[in-house]
Design a binder for this molecule. Sequence first.
Ligand code: BEZ
Length: 247
Amino acid sequence: MFNINYDIMRKYNLAFVLSVFVLGQLFAQATEIPQIGSEAPSFTAMSTNGEVNFPSDYGKSWKILFSHPKDFTPVCSSEILELAYAQQSFKELGAQLLVLSTDILEQHNSWKASLEQLHYKGREPVKIEFPLISDNDLVVSKKYGMIHNSESTKKNIRGVYIIDPHNEIRAIYFYPNEVGRNVDEVKRTLLALQTTYANNSVVTPANWQQGDDVIVPVLSQSEKNSIGLPDSDLYKLTWYMVFKKDD
Ligand code: BEZ
């Protein structure tokens, strides 16, 4: 009759449990969303502008990486067109745009060619200067936590990652498939980050726009003493809200 070897069974069971655990850990890491303040994950991928080596190709500029679910879809098309109409103003702010989806490069190329023919909202057709990156094997999407399984296991969520000149991630947003992003808000966030990057003792209040006063959250004794003096640029709303006038 059968002679059951319980020792071997135990060893196989243990090996099975361990491999499930290790695979689970690997999968969890692979889909983790990077943190604000962490280094932007690097990658090499093909795009409509050729090979992209990120972030090394972009030197000390600010980098804005967008992910989108699918080429030839209406909301994504509207977003790419609005980005293209704004691309010169991002360039003037020292920021470079990159767009990524899991579609293949040939599809990116034909979508780009088609978008460049359109008179979107009555405007003249626009050339898309930034790269549309193909991430068909999902490598970059997983590094950046762009795949949210509740929406799709193969397509990206609408993500925005603003990355500073030292390649630190400074802002992340995610929008669902059904809501197109606001390019003006991306620019406003970039301007706010650049303001606080240039002077790290200030922060920007809600609805801040370029030219508005900023907040000084922590004051030195001499700053406290200067509040309200005729030549001071600081003024107090209450003891926990001190503003600095825009220069
Ligand atoms: C769109 O961009 O229109 C879209 C993309 C994915 C799902 C639904 C809409």
